[in-house]
Design a protein around this ligand. Structure first.
Ligand SMILES: Cc1ncc(COP(=O)(O)O)c(C=O)c1O
Ligand SMILES: NCC(=O)CCC(=O)O
Length: 424
């Protein structure tokens, strides 16, 4: 097994992939790995192993779900047990009730849930629900917030939408664009003005921005959103697809002490299998079909494998002080990054963080875009060459997992950072 370096076999697969997939991939951020993506073969703990027999310490972690690291034994065994019994029934299964009980026990504002298959579906349905509930049409979102890949979210979106220079996607009807109102993150004045002058069904927000790098909310931002949405009878939607069960067991809401009307979840609650969820107050979630008239359905909704993996993951989070451990790793790594002798700023909230070169503060998407992306990419490549996989894009977050809570992994990472800082 070799640490980092070039990847001949992956390069051959990549040549084939370019023939079959737009840009060679099935989700754009994967094409951002330079000079070309490596092809993963397996994962164990903090490590990814590639088709080329290379090993990387993984700080991408499937873009968030793997808070326990790769192939956690407990989760794996529960999933195998489930698979031996079957994996889709087209009927309810007990696992969905167990996962719902678990999530609602941790998140006060979530009394009822609808399970779907991705964060994208979660926010799409949350928006539909807010419109159905308030009988209003407009949605307020923030510049650089990413809520997945559907029409109502791809306006001034972060993540790959910014990385590839298309924060407004082509193919979205004007009528849809006109229903989305944009403010800069952390700008409560803008939110108040829009809520006052437009009939807004809901304000959707990443409570910590994780899709423009990491951008924390200012001290009063989330509380301010809570108050303003109440005043103007609009719903507050927290998109906790990244932050749910990451910042705390009660998500960003627990961490900041602000509760939402609707919460979207994904990533961690599926333990690495496809999932999304819309949660909220009973009277809001009850508007979904069949008890209400806001339509949602799905062949794979609440599929037992994702339910089982999610439940097992949350059990480990509860039992093993996982969040505390991931935060302690994140602190050590962020401190070492801070020693890089090139002007930069590091934004970190708990176990998610990112470095921005060439700027002294990043409090919103406009400031994030001023960071020196070229320096970030050089750093990313240097890190890969030294055996560490951090996000290939400035506009993603570095994550830590339970498996990184290991002196050997931490020291190896620190060593890689030291070797990677020249030439950026
Ligand atoms: C905050 C947020 N919301 C929604 C999504 C979309 O989730 P998915 O990729 O599962 O559709 C993401 C994905 O990264 C996200 O970070
Ligand atoms: N922050 C954006 C994502 O996590 C998306 C991952 C993907 O589309 O592969």
């Amino acid at each position: 097994m070799v640490k980092g370096g070039t990847s001949i076999l992956s390069e051959n697969i990549w040549k084939d992939a370019l023939k079959y997939f737009a840009g060679g991939v099935n989700s754009p951020v994967r094409a951002a790995v330079k000079p070309s993506p490596f092809y993963s073969l397996s994962g164990k703990g903090a490590y990814i192993y590639t088709e080329d027999n290379k090993r990387y310490i993984d700080y991408v972690l499937g873009y968030g779900p793997l808070i326990l690291g790769h192939e956690n034994e407990y989760v794996k065994n529960k999933v195998i047990e489930q698979i031996e019994k079957g994996w889709i029934f087209g009927t309810p299964s007990k696992s969905e009730v167990e996962l719902a009980k678990k999530i609602t026990s941790h998140m006060n504002s979530v009394e009822k849930i609808r399970f779907v298959n991705s964060g994208t579906e979660a926010t799409m349905n949350a928006i539909r629900l807010a419109r159905g509930f308030t009988k209003r049409e407009k949605i307020l979102k923030f510049n650089g917030n990413y809520h997945g890949a559907h029409d109502y979210a791809l306006i001034d979106a972060g993540s790959a939408a910014t990385e590839f220079g298309v924060p407004d996607s082509e193919g979205i009807p004007k009528e849809v664009l006109n229903t989305v109102v944009i403010c800069e993150y952390n700008d409560l004045n803008c939110v108040e003005k829009k809520l006052k002058t437009e009939e807004i069904a809901g304000v959707i927000v990443e409570p910590v921005m994780g899709n423009m790098g990491v951008v924390p909310p200012n001290e009063n931002f989330l509380k301010g959103l809570r108050e303003l949405t109440r005043t103007y009878n609009s719903l507050l939607i927290f998109d906790e697809v990244i932050t749910g069960f990451r910042l705390s067991l009660a998500g960003a809401q627990g961490y900041y002490g602000v509760s939402a009307d609707i919460t979207t979840l994904g990533k961690i609650i599926g333990g690495g299998f496809p999932i999304g969820a819309i949660g909220g107050k009973r009277e809001i979630i009850d508007m979904f079909t069949p008890s209400g008239k806001v339509f949602n359905a799905g062949t794979f909704n609440a599929n037992p494998v994702s339910m089982t993996a999610g439940l097992a993951t949350i059990e480990v989070l509860e039992r093993e002080n996982v969040i505390e451990k991931t935060v302690s790793v994140a602190k050590s790594i962020a401190e070492e990054l801070d020693n890089i002798p090139v002007p930069h700023v590091i934004n970190r909230v708990q176990n998610m963080f990112q470095i921005f070169f060439g700027v002294s503060k990043v409090t919103n998407a406009t400031e994030a875009k001023k960071a020196n992306k070229d320096q970030y990419i050089k750093f990313h490549i240097n890190m890969l060459n030294n055996g560490v996989f951090i996000p290939p894009s400035q506009y993603e977050s570095i994550f830590t997992s339970l498996a990184h809570y290991d002196d050997y992994v931490i020291n190896e990472t620190i060593d890689a950072i030291k070797k990677s800082r020249s030439g950026i």
